[in-house]
Design a protein around this ligand. Structure first.
Ligand SMILES: [Zn+2]
Length: 62
């Protein structure tokens, strides 16, 4: 699983899980990460997980 992190808004998305995520290749505010922890290492408690992505993740795990 690949995570997409918005460094400006501190929101963490899962790649391909919602339409609100940007493309790190075109926009330097976005960064592609290999784990959830990688985002926490950047911004700690400021990190907010995208609700749409989280819901879809929960569905996939069921
Ligand atoms: Zn999302």
């Amino acid at each position: 699983m690949t995570w997409i992190y918005n460094k400006k808004q501190h929101t963490l998305h899962i790649k391909g899980y919602c339409a609100m995520q940007g493309n790190p290749k075109n926009d330097c505010n976005w960064e592609e990460l290999q784990s959830e922890n990688a985002a926490l290492e950047i911004d700690g408690v400021a990190v907010h997980k995208c609700k749409v992505c989280q819901k879809r993740l929960e569905k996939n795990n069921k």
